[in-house]
Design a protein around this ligand. Structure first.
Ligand code: PT1
Length: 378
């Protein structure tokens, strides 16, 4: 076998762990099957559904940390269950809870059913590119792009007024409000499910009042007043992982094990949400591709995306046109990254992701339609 040039996040252990603390064990669902194969695996006790969706997993990576090393031991589903029972009551309960969370149906998110993959279309409201037309033209153009995306198959439109891509500088809140509120209002009035991409509590409250149903915060509600504003709004939430701050996050990203650090960060933010009155059924989690991560970290986060189902939330993935595509390929510019983006997003669907955040809605909708047809026939 050709050795991969991208190092994997875990070291493979030939033996299953023994005598470890239950809460230090993570499950990576693997061996995804669909259709009749999924039904047979579940009925036969050889597999378990992913979020009550089209996929079932038939094997698992059992993951744990020892010193500075993250280990993984692979086992067929049935052996994984037997191992957890041999390890004692605590482990059996912990693994049982993870398996139940992985398998449970996800509630509609912002009113959008998650029984099939959904597309979130990206609408940035940034007047920089309209220096002669100014803000009014930027707003008009953003509404038109949102409507066109909805017509092309987007289930949600994500409206953002502050760029959070690497190196981006913050925007004053008054400016952000002026950009996004008219766009949110116009799209929501047409019956479109709108999400507001913001880190600011003030923008969250005002956008939900203007009709947004989802708050998408790349800061995972860590900003001043964000958790309280989100809880009070009643909106659905997307919690994303980011290491550092947009302006500097790509300077020197570092992890002992990126997938586990992403998982544990998101677990902590889900717990903070629950304590503030935001239930898991309102939350989607997102590994934050490109946010304080090297191309290797991004590849690792994508390869182990299914870990996140253990949090019991919907999983959202945003890889669209990001620079890791260029780093893994030939340095293509953002507009030449659709093929690599589709590869990442389809792999996300194979890992059970429910929502894809995309620029290219029509193209992705076609890819998803083929994926669904193939999986239904599986
Ligand atoms: C995302 C996301 C987002 N991405 C969510 N919201 C961006 N929930 C904005 C690059 O490397 O993935 N999930 N909001 C855009 N951010 C980036 C990051 C854009 C990195 C480009 C890059 O090129």
């Amino acid at each position: 076998m050709q050795m991969p040039s991208t190092p994997s996040a875990f070291r493979r252990s030939p033996a299953l762990p023994q005598g470890r603390a239950a809460d230090g064990i993570f499950l990576l669902p693997t061996g995804m099957v669909s259709g009749e194969a999924a039904a047979a695996a579940i009925i036969g006790g050889h597999g378990w559904p992913i979020a009550d969706g089209p996929l079932a997993f038939t094997s698992a990576g059992i993951v744990w940390r020892e010193g500075g090393t993250a280990w993984i031991a692979h086992a067929p589903y049935g052996e994984m269950v037997e191992w957890s029972e041999r390890e004692g009551e605590d482990m059996a309960r912990h693994v049982g809870r993870l398996v139940r969370r992985i398998g449970a149906a996800r509630a509609p998110w912002g009113g959008v059913g998650l029984d099939r993959p959904r597309l979130m279309g990206i609408v940035n409201v940034t007047p920089d590119s309209f220096s002669d037309g100014g803000e009014a033209l930027a707003v008009e153009d953003a509404v038109a792009r949102g409507l066109a995306m909805a017509a092309a198959g987007a289930d949600i439109i994500d409206v953002g007024g502050e760029s959070t891509r690497p190196g981006a500088a913050p925007v004053p809140v008054a400016e952000e409000l002026a950009r996004v509120l008219p766009v949110v209002g116009a799209l929501a009035d047409k019956g479109i499910a709108v999400s507001i991409d913001t880190r600011h509590a003030e923008v969250m409250g005002a956008a939900v009042a203007a009709g947004a149903r989802i708050i998408n915060d790349v800061g995972a509600l860590r900003g001043a007043g964000a958790l309280e504003a989100a809880a009070a709004s009643g909106a659905a939430i997307c919690l994303m992982h980011m290491q550092g701050e947009p302006r500097t996050m790509q300077a020197a990203p570092g992890y002992a094990c990126a997938p586990l650090e992403v998982y544990q960060f998101l677990a902590g933010r889900v717990a903070a949400c629950e304590a503030a009155g935001i239930g898991r059924d309102r939350i989607a989690v997102d590994p934050g591709i490109g946010f304080g991560k090297t191309a290797t970290h991004n590849a690792q986060a994508l390869a182990t995306l299914a870990l996140l189902h253990g949090l019991g939330c919907a999983v959202l993935l945003g890889a669209s046109r990001k620079s890791f595509v260029a780093h893994l390929s030939r340095g293509e510019g953002p507009r030449e990254r659709l093929p690599g983006t589709l590869a990442a997003h389809l792999a996300g669907l194979d890992a059970g992701a429910q929502v894809l955040r995309v620029h290219d809605v029509a193209e992705t909708a076609q890819a998803v339609a083929v994926w669904r047809g193939m999986r239904a026939a599986g």
